[in-house]
Write a protein that binds this ligand. Structure first.
Ligand SMILES: NC(=O)c1ccc[n+]([C@@H]2O[C@H](COP(=O)([O-])OP(=O)(O)OC[C@H]3O[C@@H](n4cnc5c(N)ncnc54)[C@H](O)[C@@H]3O)[C@@H](O)[C@H]2O)c1
Length: 250
């Protein structure tokens, strides 16, 4: 098996895969040979799944809200029904509801915690059963953020959810290690997607000045790391948070 098809025979679920980083991860895992189940809230993942199948890959799309346990159960069941197993779970879906604390509503808090953190608990809980059943190990990859490591004014809810993911990742890594299921997090820096669109040219230039490698990141930069963590080559890495930020937090 060459490096290009290093995920041949593996089945992956990617949440929030209709656009941005999730889309790039789904495309990359499929290009590496995995069969991919793409979740999204809307029809957007269906288009990405069609892109994958048009290129000769294996993919299905399943709509659902990852903060709802019934939707998550349906997502994981669809994966095992379609492909008979589950090897890789990428918890990518996430939202921001930025505000300074005094103006942060309870709803802003709950939406971010439910979508970013509770979803990781729900998806892992549902995915671990089929992963253990196959006795072939597994890979769980959670999207955190450098904001979970450094904090950021106006993002107390987001930072708490992303820091929570890091603690969750470490705990679950310890729980599942004896079964050869690895659990790691990726902490991207500033990646150009819809989530980060809308910054002024001025703000962009100020950001770039803080990035030693001198450019903003792309979804493909993050997808390459996810594909590595999903591969057999990363079998001895667990409980870690890999920062992908062009050196921004150095
Ligand atoms: N873009 C960045 O600079 C950056 C940096 C650090 C971390 N991240 C993290 O990477 C992940 C992807 O970010 P992105 O920039 O691609 O964001 P994005 O907003 O472009 O995409 C997020 C996707 O998640 C989906 N989603 C939101 N709520 C959902 C729900 N309840 N159920 C199912 N899907 C849902 C959205 O529909 C969207 O397709 C997020 O977890 C984000 O926090 C992004």
């Amino acid at each position: 098996m060459g490096l290009d098809k290093r995920l041949e025979g593996k089945v992956a679920v990617v949440t929030g895969a209709g656009r941005g980083i999730g889309r790039a991860i789904a495309l990359r895992l499929a290009a590496d040979g995995a069969s991919v189940v793409l979740n999204s809230l809307s029809e957007s993942a269906e288009k990405v799944a069609a892109e994958i199948t048009a290129a000769g890959g294996q993919a299905i799309a399943v709509r659902g809200d990852v903060s709802k346990s019934e939707d998550v159960a349906r997502l994981i069941e669809s994966a095992t029904a379609a492909y008979g197993r589950l090897d890789i779970l990428v918890n990518n879906a996430g939202v921001t509801r930025d505000n300074l604390l005094l103006r942060m509503s309870e709803d802003d808090w709950d939406t971010v915690m439910d979508t970013n953190l509770k979803s990781v608990y729900l998806c892992c809980r549902a995915a671990v059963k089929p992963m253990l059943k196959s006795r072939a190990g597994g890979r769980i990859i959670n999207l955190s953020s450098i904001v979970g490591l450094t904090g950021n004014a106006g993002q107390a809810n987001y930072a708490a959810s992303k820091a929570g993911i890091i603690g969750f990742t470490k705990a679950l890594a310890k729980e599942l290690a004896s079964r050869q299921v690895t659990v790691n997090a990726i902490a991207p820096g500033f990646i150009v997607t819809d989530m980060t669109a809308g910054l002024s040219e001025e703000a962009n230039q100020a950001l770039v000045k803080r990035i030693p490698l001198g450019t903003l990141g792309t979804p493909d930069d993050v997808a390459a790391v996810a594909a590595f963590l999903a591969s057999d080559e990363a079998r001895y890495i667990t409980g870690q948070t890999l920062t992908v930020d062009g050196g921004m937090t150095l």
